[in-house]
Design a protein around this ligand. Structure first.
Ligand code: ISL
Ligand code: CA
Length: 564
């Protein structure tokens, strides 16, 4: 496998609205990030992935862009952005921007033109269709955010497609000028100095020609999840190849595609080091271990997750990429619940389980992504009422579930507490002062009330804190080549509590033993491994020096040993 800086990197995701507010308007901003670049440098991360900061009416917090080459007023100015880029580069940190080009805002000038008349030159920048003979939507596709994926437009008497909210019309990638505009815009940002892109729902840009109905997955609904018609479309690779050849190959970048529902074999082709287009993708299979399988709506229907299934998914992705491509590693981001609440124990074993999950992500093979606040063990939140929530997905889902699907208010609140995206979007908890030191004003979304105990200031100088542990993890990965490039091998795939694997690079070998739950299983050294020369690199407990073989593991214990 080729050595590449982006394989050795640790990426840190910033969701600017919730990171740090510098001017007291309650909204995080670019100057707020600049205030914290030293914090990021001390943490030791190599790359910042910045969620969208472009001009936007904020129907979906910046994922609805009305101008790709301007900065959102609430976040600052282009000068602020230049200052941020310099501040990061000065500290050796690269900047990855969010590229949202499956759709724009309905307030983007292209869409304003497009909807103005049927013969406007921008008309087919978007996807317009006549109604079905009975006047209803052109097909049965459901939007990710509830209801039909089509919106009726009175002016021109046609529907337009929006896989997300109706303020996020899908671009028509079949039109060559659309693609060229996107490539020009990417080039413009690369020439300004950005180091790469995280590509929002990039696998959705090619749709099945003719836009046929989706198969019925939810018989109770008029609208159906249509991934089979947009997750792995016929021209997807053609577009990405063009993007690679016209833009990316001229720069030294880090690229990651967000690719929910993209089949593994296509993902591997997409990131193939010889013939592919992107460095890595965010796969979503492991995000479904606690969800009802099959549909997007399944995310609201959770079930207990099983460790053997997680192992099976992670191992399958590793094996498929082996010798060909590269994986990303994550357990949370701005769309997912907090990892310590979802996969750990955010009460009794808060610290220990947060460290265990971090250990897994930083010792597996792939590039780890830390989501802001994860390094503090930030948790899910249970706001008492729907009025506290801001996320358009949550608000639409609340309406749909209470009004159309007959669920009770209590039932729906429970689902939001478990799965809702606002779990990840409460402000970063900097200290124990009012609003967690996020803002001097009134935050756009309430802070998690546990900020008085969980915050950066409290953890900064505490060697036993989650934050200190993340610093060690990041340094360890930098120190031990085997943790970056070593081959991964799983042991005991069916064990329900222990996740045991090795990483091997030439003569070097690391053994990772992770007790994913609160039980106390006994660990047996797998055949063929030798503990004679073993020494401990890292653990989330104070060690007592017990031998490795036959050891009784403590709740959520994580052990990283160098065997040779
Ligand atoms: O979290 C999800 C909704 O339940 C995902 O399915 C998410 O919608 C999907 O991963 C796409 O996410 C990305 O594009 C969306 C935006 O809302 C998300 O924040 C973004 O990460 C539309 O741009
Ligand atoms: Ca602000």
């Amino acid at each position: 496998m080729k050595r590449q800086w982006w394989k050795e990197a640790v990426v840190y995701q910033i969701y600017p609205r919730s990171f740090r507010d510098s001017n007291g308007d309650g909204i995080g901003d670019i100057q707020g990030i600049i205030e914290k670049v030293d914090y990021l440098a001390e943490l030791g991360i190599d790359v910042v992935w910045l969620s969208p900061v472009y001009e936007s009416p904020n129907d979906d917090n910046g994922y609805d862009i009305s101008h790709y080459q301007r900065i959102m007023k609430e976040f600052g100015t282009m000068e602020d952005w230049d200052e941020l880029l310099d501040a990061l580069h000065d500290r050796g940190i690269r900047l990855m921007m969010d590229l949202v080009v499956n759709h724009t805002s309905d307030e983007h000038p292209w869409f304003i033109e497009s909807r103005s008349s049927r013969d406007n030159p921008y008309r087919d920048y978007y996807i317009w269709r006549d109604p079905a003979p009975d006047g209803s939507e052109p097909n049965n596709w459901v939007s990710f955010f509830s209801g039909s994926a089509w919106e009726w437009d009175e002016t021109t008497g046609q529907y337009y497609l929006h896989l997300f909210t109706k303020k996020q019309p899908d671009l028509n990638w079949e039109r060559e000028e659309v693609r060229q505009q996107v490539y020009d815009m990417m080039t413009w940002w690369l020439d300004r100095g950005v180091d790469g892109f995280r590509m929002d729902v990039i696998n959705n840009i090619s749709k099945t020609p003719g836009l046929p109905d989706a198969s019925i997955k939810d018989p109770a609904s008029r609208y159906q999840f249509a991934a089979e018609h947009f997750a792995d479309g016929p021209r997807l690779f053609e577009y990405l190849e063009e993007m690679r050849d016209k833009v990316l190959r001229h720069y030294d970048t880090i690229t990651v595609g967000e690719t929910a529902f993209l089949p593994l074999s296509s993902a591997a082709d997409m990131v193939d080091e010889e013939s592919g287009y992107l460095n890595m993708v965010f796969q979503f299979e492991h995000m479904a271990v606690d969800a009802e399988p099959g549909t997007h709506a399944g995310k609201w229907e959770t079930r207990p997750w099983k460790l053997p299934e997680l192992k099976q998914i992670m191992t399958k992705w590793d094996k498929e990429m082996q010798g060909r491509g590269w994986n990303s590693l994550y357990f949370n981001n701005h769309d997912q619940p907090r990892q310590v609440s979802r996969f750990g124990d955010d009460q009794q074993y808060h610290q220990t389980s947060a460290k265990l999950l971090g250990t897994f992500l930083h010792t597996m093979k792939g590039t780890p992504y830390i989501y802001q606040g994860e390094e503090l063990g930030m948790t899910n939140v249970e706001f008492p009422d729907i009025s506290y929530y801001r996320d358009v997905e949550i608000l639409n889902m609340y309406k749909e579930f209470t009004q159309e699907r007959g669920h009770s208010h209590e039932d729906v609140m429970q689902r939001i507490w478990t799965t809702g995206r606002d779990n990840a979007r409460t402000p970063v908890q900097w200290d124990a002062s009012a609003h967690a030191g996020f803002t001097a004003g009134t935050p756009w979304i309430e802070v998690n009330p546990n900020y008085t105990s969980i915050n950066a200031a409290a953890q900064m100088n505490d060697p036993a804190s989650i934050l200190s542990y993340y610093k060690k993890l990041i340094r360890l990965r930098r120190q031990e080549d085997v943790l970056v490039y070593g081959d991964y091998e799983l042991y005991d795939p069916d064990h329900e509590e222990l996740y045991v694997f090795t990483r091997t690079l030439g003569k070097e070998q690391v053994l990772v033993v992770l007790n994913f739950f609160a039980g106390t299983p006994v660990f047996h050294l797998p055949d063929g491994l030798n503990e004679a020369a073993a020494h401990l690199l890292l653990s989330n407990y104070d060690q007592t020096g017990a031998s490795l073989h036959g050891r009784t593991m403590r709740p959520y214990e994580a052990l990283v040993y160098k065997l040779a």
